[in-house]
Ligand binder design. Structure first.
Ligand code: ATR
Length: 267
C-alpha cells in the first residue's frame, strides 16, 4: 500500500484528497491519500516521520510551502525561484521538493487551446500565488509581464527579485494595451471578498482572462470578461493540473485531468 497526503493548517477545506482519491480508484491502485492537519511547529518532525510510516510523498499547502522548501534535501530550480514547494517526494537520499503550481497554471491555460504567448501578460497580485504564475510565464518565454498590486512596493520588490521582463503597472488602471493574458492572483472575487474592479475595455479581443480563484468557479472578473466576449479559464483546472506530477511520482501512473476528475472534485 502506497501512502501520500497533504499537509496544511487548516486542512479540512482541501480538495486534494478527493482529487487523488478519484485517480486512485480509477486506476485501481492499492494506495491512500490523506489530509493531515499539521501545525507549523510540527512540520519538521512530521516530514521526518512520514517516510518511516510508508509515505511516498506529500503535497504541502498554506502555511507550509516556504518551510517545506527549506526542509528539503534537494529542490528544483523552479521551486527555488518561486521560493515555495508544494510537492515533496521522499527518497533514500531525503526529501525532493518541487513546485507544480507553475506548470499546473500553464497546463490549465494550454488545455483551453492556443493563447497569445507572444504578447505581454498582466498579472494582478504579488503574493505567494503570483510568484508561481510569474515564474511560469517567464518559463514560457513571454516577452513582457506587467505586475499590478494594491501595495505597489511589494510588486516592485517582486519584479526586482524575479527580474527578466517584469515591470510594474498600477492596479487601479493596469496597462492592458496589446496584452494577450490577464491573470488575477489576488483574493478579490473569492467567496466572501469584494470583486476585483477592472475595466477590461482596453484589452484586445483575442486575450485570455483567467482567475486562480475557484470558489466561485465564475468570479465577477470572469463573468465580465465573458460578457465582453473574451475567452476565460477558471482556476479549478490549475488545482487539478498541479496535482498530476505528484501522483505520477508517488503512485507511478500518469493520471488524466478530464471532466470526470472535475466533476469528482466539485461533487
Ligand atoms: P496568495 O498566496 O493567495 O497569493 P497572499 O500572499 O496573501 O495570498 O496575497 C494576496 C494578494 O491579494 C496580494 O497581492 C494582496 O495585495 P497586497 O500585497 O497589497 O496585500 C492582494 N489583496 C488582498 N486583499 C486585497 C484587496 N482588498 N484589494 C486589493 N488587493 C488585495
Amino acid at each position: 500500500m502506497i501512502l501520500a497526503g497533504v499537509l496544511g493548517d487548516p486542512i479540512a477545506q482541501s480538495k486534494s484528497p478527493r482529487l487523488h482519491g478519484h485517480w486512485l480508484a480509477r486506476h485501481g491502485i492499492d494506495g491512500a491519500y490523506v489530509p493531515l492537519h499539521v501545525r507549523p511547529d510540527d512540520l519538521a518532525d512530521t516530514l521526518r516521520l512520514l517516510p518511516r510510516l510508508g509515505f511516498a510523498g506529500v503535497n504541502v499547502t498554506i502555511p507550509h510551502k516556504a518551510a517545506a522548501l527549506a526542509a528539503a534535501t534537494s529542490a528544483t530550480d523552479r521551486a527555488r525561484r518561486i521560493g515555495a514547494a508544494n510537492t515533496l517526494t521522499f527518497t533514500d537520499d531525503g526529501i525532493e521538493a518541487d513546485n507544480t503550481d507553475a506548470p499546473g497554471f500553464l497546463a490549465n491555460l494550454d488545455a483551453a487551446g492556443d493563447w497569445p504567448t507572444d504578447r505581454p501578460a498582466v498579472v494582478l497580485g504579488a503574493g505567494g500565488a503570483a510568484r508561481a504564475v510569474l515564474v511560469a510565464l517567464q518559463e514560457r518565454g513571454l516577452p513582457a509581464i506587467r505586475l499590478a498590486n494594491r501595495t505597489e512596493a511589494t510588486a516592485a520588490a517582486l519584479a526586482d527579485e524575479l527580474g527578466r521582463g517584469i515591470a510594474t503597472t498600477p492596479l487601479a488602471a493596469p496597462d492592458l494595451a496589446d496584452a494577450g493574458l490577464v491573470v488575477n492572483t489576488t483574493s478579490l472575487g473569492m467567496q466572501g471578498q469584494p470583486p476585483l474592479d477592472l475595466d477590461l475595455a482596453p484589452l484586445p479581443s483575442d486575450a485570455l482572462v483567467t482567475d486562480i480563484v475557484y470558489a466561485p468557479l465564475e468570479t465577477p472578473l470572469l463573468a465580465s470578461a465573458k460578457a465582453r466576449g473574451l475567452r476565460t479559464v477558471d482556476g479549478l483546472g490549475m488545482l487539478l493540473h498541479q496535482a498530476a506530477p505528484g501522483f505520477r511520482r508517488w503512485f507511478g501512473v500518469e493520471p488524466m485531468v478530464d471532466g470526470a476528475l472535475r466533476a469528482a472534485v466539485l461533487a
